[in-house]
Each structure stands twice: as C-alpha cells, then as structure tokens.
Design a protein around this ligand. Structure first.
Ligand SMILES: [Zn+2]
Length: 171
C-alpha cells in the first residue's frame, strides 16, 4: 500500500525513532515493501519510516529511482561509522515538498545497519548515495536537512510553511 507522506510540522519527524528488535516478521517485510512503493510513488530516492508516521529506525533508499533493483537498500537501525571529504549540493525532502537548498555533507560515508533478517552489514557510498545515507539516518534521529542550513534560510522556510498551513495547502 502507498502511505501518504508526513509533512514538516508533524512531531514524528522531529523525534528519535525507536530501535527495531524484531526481524524477519511478515509485518516488517510488508512495511519495507510498502515503503519502497510509497517512495517510488512520491518520486523520492530515500524514505524513512517517520515520514509515513512510523517512529521506527528503518529507511529505504534507491538512487536509481526504481530503474535498477540491485540498488534497493534497506537500512534498519543504521549508524554512520565513517565520513570522508565533503560535498555541497541541492537537497530536498519528501516531507518538505517544493523546497530545495544547498547542503554540505560528507562526500563518502560508511553506514552500519541491519537487514530485514537482522544481519549486520556495512556499506560505503559516495556522492548521491552518501548524501542519502546521511539524510535518511538524520531522519531517524529527528533531524531534517533544514537543520544543516543557515538559521536565516531555515526561518524563511518555516514562515513559508506556516503560510501554506494557514491556507490549508500543507497536509
Ligand atoms: Zn527527507
């Protein structure tokens, strides 16, 4: 099923998500499948469970946007364990539709996570994949990309969101 995406302003997006301790259950497999489906429907390259209103440490990523099944990545209880270099590029978020801002991130990162069966693995990514690892792991810590931009730009976005909320144009 396709879940609606939770937008900025909902508390679940700014809370620490809960550690997942039960693996390989039908519910978990279903949730992962639904998250990929929801992410593709929203045309995103990453989606964290809090973005569909579920406060659990689970994220899915596919930088090929559904073109290459080999690039589907499931991260459960992820942690960034190594960072190298830096990159600055435009970043957006499905929970902040229409907004984009340049964000500086590490260029290359290694993430340690568990898969749907609970096995631990490490994966290293560069460029867009490294950006996705950092963006999605942030989500599970209640952090949005606007926390990495200047307070001035952040306030501007907040004000615009408040206007949209008042106009009933922000779900
Ligand atoms: Zn996001």
């Amino acid at each position: 099923m396709i879940y609606p995406i939770v937008k900025y302003g909902q508390p679940v997006l700014e809370e620490d998500a809960q550690v997942i301790r039960e693996f390989d259950t039908p519910e978990l497999h279903q949730l992962i499948e639904d998250m990929f489906e929801s992410m593709y429907a929203a045309r995103g390259v990453g989606l964290a469970a809090p973005q569909i209103g579920i406060g659990k440490r689970l994220a899915v990523i596919d930088v090929s946007t559904g073109e290459d099944p080999a690039q589907k990545i499931v991260l459960i209880n992820p942690e960034i364990v190594a960072r190298e270099g830096s990159q600055t590029g435009e970043e957006g978020c499905l929970s902040l539709p229409t907004f984009r801002e340049p964000v500086t991130r590490a260029h290359k990162v290694t993430v340690r996570a568990q898969d749907a069966k609970g096995s631990e693995f490490e994966m290293t990514g560069e460029d867009l994949l490294a950006r996705a690892f950092q963006h999605e792991t942030d989500h599970l810590n209640g952090t949005l990309y606007i926390n990495h931009i200047s307070p001035l730009k952040r306030d501007l976005i907040r004000r615009k969101v408040r206007k949209l909320q008042k106009a009933g144009e922000w779900g």
